[in-house]
Structures are given as structure tokens and as C-alpha cells.
Write a protein that binds this ligand. Structure first.
Ligand SMILES: Nc1ncnc2c1ncn2[C@@H]1O[C@H](COP(=O)(O)OP(=O)(O)O)[C@@H](O)[C@H]1O
Ligand SMILES: CC(C)(COP(=O)(O)O)[C@@H](O)C(=O)NCCC(=O)O
Length: 329
């Protein structure tokens, strides 16, 4: 196990050791041992159904990384449910509704958040404390393209100002208040826009997974100096998916080139024109989107939120997770 030990009492050791890091760091193999006897309840077919385009995740990776993770998260869920019951007894409260445990998942565009979120959803639902797990992505809270165009924000899609943060905070407040049938707006990658009047209902799940590039971001203080809540105030646990910038860049471009062969061929696809041009021209478009939007956003607004996460999953080549960092309690 790679938990840092107390440093020798020398200036050099104190400078270089991990002792002062807020995280325990584990290699994937060390982490895998924490699954203990957690059974593997997913089949290879289910894993391939859950993974996103171009994500090579397989049963081995679920066994290596996700069983321990679901076991850890399940202990957090059980502990929070116990605390909730004890507190209600303490306050002599009865008939209070249980509120969902909220897990935030952050990371760059194209890093593979959706696959992680979907695998966790399935695994967590198999634990007795959390049979009902819902998953919401933050893209539904983007302003519609009509608004982004009007405000000259189309080149800033995914940046903090392109989201209706007030709507996100109202949504999460309602969830944490235990309200039934809370509406989450929906987004389509096909039309590249919010789907007007389409909502997903979130009805008091045991766990809500809330996934998106922006979920660990704070906001600049408003001019009136009022302290405002931030999205992660509502989280019981947060995960950041990390990888080298160069890796994510190549995953983004590769995915774009694959989408050209698939989703972009749909006549309703916003990107259909890129299915019709030659591969070099399409690659140049993908490079431009990466460079001018997603990379800038990663550097300016996403990566700086990594230290806020309770857990960091760091991927190496081919999307496989190489290290897991867990915040010390
Ligand atoms: N232009 C697109 N057309 C169709 N699907 C897309 C497009 N862009 C992204 N996706 C899909 O949307 C999901 C979210 O992608 P993204 O926001 O980049 O996050 P991540 O790769 O971290 O899951 C992924 O499943 C991806 O395959
Ligand atoms: C929709 C996204 C902002 C991701 O949204 P999220 O679900 O993380 O809130 C992203 O996939 C995107 O479309 N970025 C804009 C640049 C591009 O087309 O790649």
C-alpha cells in the first residue's frame, strides 16, 4: 500500500514527501485489492452497452477499478443514511423524507466521464442501500443555441458562462430538499442543442450522479458581494477524471473522426457537413474545436477544480486507469 509515511526529520524529506498531500495515492493494482469479496455483477455485454464510443473499458477494468470504487461509495452512502437516522432521532423528527446522496463527476470533454458515470450507476444500484440510482448530465443546463448565438457564446460552449447556473442550483436544492419528480432539462449531441420542453424526472433516488465538466466550479463573487452557493456544496462525494492533456486531445480527435462515420451521417446531425468533407479537412475542424474551445476550457476552468475532488481517477493510454487518489478524511 502506498499510503505516505511520516517524513524523516530532515529538510529535504519534508520538502519531497507525500506526507503533506491531502490524498492517499494508490496504483490501480493496489486499489483493486479494496474490492475484497465484492462480486462482479456486470457481464461483458452490459459493459459494452454502457461504454461510450471509442472507450475500450472492459470487464477487467471494472474488476480492477470500479468494484473497489462502488464498495467505497456504498460505505459512504450507508454511513450517511445512518447519520441521517440518528440525527432525526436526536431531533425527535419522524416522517421526514430521505434525501438522495449526490455524487459529482467532473473532468475534461472527451475524458470519459459518461462511461464512468454509467458503470457506477449500474454497480451502485446493486448495493442494498441504494437500489435507485439516477444519472443526470449537466449539458441539459446549457443555454439553448439561440441564446448562445445571441450572446456570442457559441465558441464558449462548455465555459461557465454558457450554463444556466441558477437552474442547476435550483435543481440540486430541490433534490436535496427531497422533492418528488424534479425536472432536469435534456441536451442532444445530435442536434448540438438543448431539447426544448424535454425533461428527465428525478424522483427521490437513493443516489443521484451529477456529471459534467463544470460540476466542481465556483463562481466569481457577484458585484453586490453576496455569498452564493456553488454546485459542489450539494455533493456528498466528488470524482475528477484526469489524464494528460495530450491524451485527451487525441481521444477527442479520434472520437470526432469516428463520429463522422456514424452519428454525423444522420441528416439531423448538427455536424452532418463534416461527414461530407474529406478526412483531412474534418480532422482540421476537430483540431480547431479542441484548441479553441475544449483545451482552453480545460486549462482555464476544469483542471483548476481537480483539487476539490474527493477522488481522482487518473487515466493513462487507452483510457485505462493507472492511479487512484483518495482524499484523506
Ligand atoms: N458530436 C457528438 N455526437 C454524438 N455524440 C457525442 C458527440 N460529442 C460527444 N458525444 C457523446 O457524448 C457523451 C459525452 O461526451 P463528453 O461531454 O465529451 O464527455 P466524456 O467523454 O467525458 O463522457 C459521450 O458519450 C460522447 O461519446
Ligand atoms: C456539451 C459539452 C459542453 C459537454 O457538456 P457537459 O455534459 O459536460 O455539461 C461538450 O460536449 C461540447 O459540446 N463542447 C463544445 C465544443 C465541441 O463541440 O466539442
Amino acid at each position: 500500500m502506498n499510503i505516505a509515511s511520516k517524513p524523516e526529520n530532515t529538510p529535504d524529506a519534508a520538502m519531497t514527501t507525500d506526507f503533506y498531500s491531502p490524498y492517499h495515492h494508490f496504483s490501480a493494482d493496489e486499489w483493486a485489492k479494496f474490492r475484497a469479496d465484492t462480486p462482479l455483477t456486470l457481464t461483458a455485454d452490459e459493459v459494452s452497452r454502457l461504454r461510450s464510443l471509442d472507450d475500450p473499458i472492459n470487464l477487467d477494468e471494472v474488476r480492477r477499478i470500479y468494484l473497489s470504487l462502488s464498495r467505497l461509495l456504498s460505505t459512504h452512502v450507508e454511513a450517511s443514511q445512518l447519520l441521517y437516522q440518528q440525527r432525526n432521532r436526536f431531533l425527535s423528527l419522524s416522517n421526514v423524507t430521505k434525501t438522495p446522496f449526490i455524487i459529482g463527476i467532473a473532468g475534461s470533454v472527451a475524458v470519459g466521464k459518461s462511461t464512468t458515470a454509467r458503470i457506477l450507476k449500474e454497480l451502485l444500484a446493486r448495493w442494498p442501500a441504494s437500489p435507485k440510482v439516477d444519472l443526470i448530465t449537466t449539458d441539459g443546463f446549457l443555454y439553448p443555441n439561440a441564446v448562445l448565438n445571441r450572446e456570442s457564446l457559441m465558441e464558449r460552449k462548455g465555459f461557465p458562462e454558457s450554463y444556466d447556473i441558477g437552474a442547476i442550483l435550483r435543481f440540486l436544492s430541490a433534490i436535496k430538499a427531497g422533492e418528488p419528480n424534479v425536472r432536469a432539462p435534456r441536451y442532444s449531441h445530435l442536434t448540438y442543442d438543448v431539447l426544448p420542453d424535454e425533461f428527465t424526472l428525478v424522483d427521490r433516488p437513493d443516489i443521484l450522479i451529477f456529471e459534467g465538466i463544470n460540476v466542481l466550479q465556483s463562481r466569481a463573487l457577484p458585484a453586490d458581494g453576496k455569498i452564493v452557493p456553488i454546485v459542489s456544496d450539494f455533493f456528498d462525494f466528488s470524482i475528477y477524471i484526469d489524464a494528460d492533456e495530450d491524451q485527451i486531445h487525441s481521444w477527442y480527435v479520434q472520437r470526432f473522426m469516428k463520429l463522422r462515420e456514424t452519428a454525423f451521417r444522420d441528416p439531423t446531425s448538427f455536424f452532418k457537413k463534416y461527414a461530407a468533407i474529406d478526412a483531412d479537412a474534418a480532422r482540421a475542424v476537430a483540431e480547431g474545436l479542441w484548441e479553441n474551445i475544449n483545451l482552453k476550457n480545460l486549462r482555464q476552468n476544469i483542471l483548476p477544480t481537480r483539487p476539490r475532488a474527493d477522488l481522482i481517477l487518473r487515466k493513462g493510454r487507452d483510457h485505462f486507469i493507472e492511479t487512484v487518489s483518495l482524499r484523506k478524511l
